[in-house]
Write a protein that binds this ligand. Structure first.
Ligand code: BTN
Length: 325
């Protein structure tokens, strides 16, 4: 993106293709091609036959150089891959991880063509309004503890959203076990954790997070209209995706570091405090059927405790929770 930097620096005047190619030591064809791809990414670049190019308008993109400017992390998003469009950032991050990408390597995309959700669902991923990010982590934990990273991601997403949101308190972000972030009872964010092992050992984990940021009510597909929301819908104003992305990466690093140093038990109290499902009637879909009861609390390993009508209590390790009332 050196060409973009050059165009930005000289945005008040036209600069010729020859000048750019000389300054950046690239061919004029490369300049021309790059200008073309910037345009298709939404940049307005005026071209004048004898004077050259001038940048007149920039789209709101999550460009790594801009994003990393104010980012306060040690390893998360220090290696940052930005894509205008991809099938799924989790798929890209998995490929990078399999080739040995270091912990913290992050993939963000402006749009996804096959965004993936939990339980084989799809994740609605239109261009340039939301946040789609996947972070590679390499914790030394046993495979059975991997689902706890979903809860780590939920704490981080809830805290990051809380940092940028300043609408009415009752619409503020809350966790619905295991990973949904709800605002006013509708889903604003979700986390998809995918792990790969090397024999018995965990090799890497990809923590994928999607947040609906500036999506408008009218842009929600009909099937999501009642259940999904965005920060714009909940808070009534646009939110800077860059500010939110930085907050998210910082919260992920901080929460993950605590998880790594102290284990999930120490985080469970905070997780429980960020959730308001306690005491509510829930229907939980499990692989072996459906149960209904009251969401009682969270065990120190992250399992959801549900009390059933007869007084018995069930520990849920994986399932889909629906709030009944
Ligand atoms: C859920 O079902 O709640 C999880 C949704 C996770 C969506 C994110 S968007 C970025 C990353 N890439 C994907 O394909 N999925 C995750």
């Amino acid at each position: 993106m050196e060409i973009l930097g050059f165009l930005r620096k000289h945005h008040e005047r036209f600069i010729s293709g020859a000048e750019i190619s000389r300054a950046l030591r690239v061919s004029r064809t490369a300049v021309w091609k790059h200008v073309g791809s910037l345009r298709s990414a939404g940049f307005s670049i005026e071209a004048h036959p004898s004077q050259g190019y001038r940048l007149t308008e920039e789209p709101d993109l999550l460009l790594p150089a801009d994003l990393q400017e104010g980012l306060q992390t040690r390893f998360v998003a220090r290696e940052l891959h930005h894509l205008l469009s991809t099938d799924s950032t989790n798929r890209v991050a998995r490929d990078l991880a399999a080739k040995g990408a270091p912990e913290g390597t992050t993939v963000i995309a402006e749009a996804q063509t096959r965004g993936r959700g939990r339980l084989g669902r799809t994740w609605f991923s239109p261009p340039r309004t939301n946040l789609y990010a996947s972070i590679i982590l390499r914790p030394r934990i046993p495979m059975p503890s991997v689902p706890q990273l979903t809860l780590v991601g939920a704490v981080a997403a809830c805290r990051a959203i809380g940092r940028v949101y300043n609408g009415p308190g009752e619409l503020g972000p809350r966790i619905k076990w295991p990973n949904d972030i709800l605002m006013g009872g509708r889903k604003v964010s979700g986390t998809l954790v995918e792990a790969a092992s090397l024999g018995e050992m965990l090799d890497y984990v990809v923590l994928g997070i999607g947040v609906n940021v500036n999506l408008e009510e009218k842009d929600l597909p009909t099937e999501l209209a009642a259940t999904a929301t965005s920060l714009l819908i909940a808070g009534g104003r646009k939110v800077s995706r860059k500010t939110l992305a930085c907050a998210l990466f910082e919260e992920i690093e901080a929460t993950y570091e605590r998880f790594r140093a102290e284990g999930f038990a120490k985080l469970s109290g905070e997780y429980a405090a960020l959730s308001d499902i306690w005491g509510r009637q829930v229907r939980v879909t499990l692989s072996e059927g459906v149960i209904e009861g009251t969401a009682e609390g969270l065990d120190s390993d992250g399992a959801l405790r549900v009390s059933l009508a007869g007084g018995a209590s069930e520990r849920i390790l994986a399932g889909d929770v629906q709030l009944l009332r």
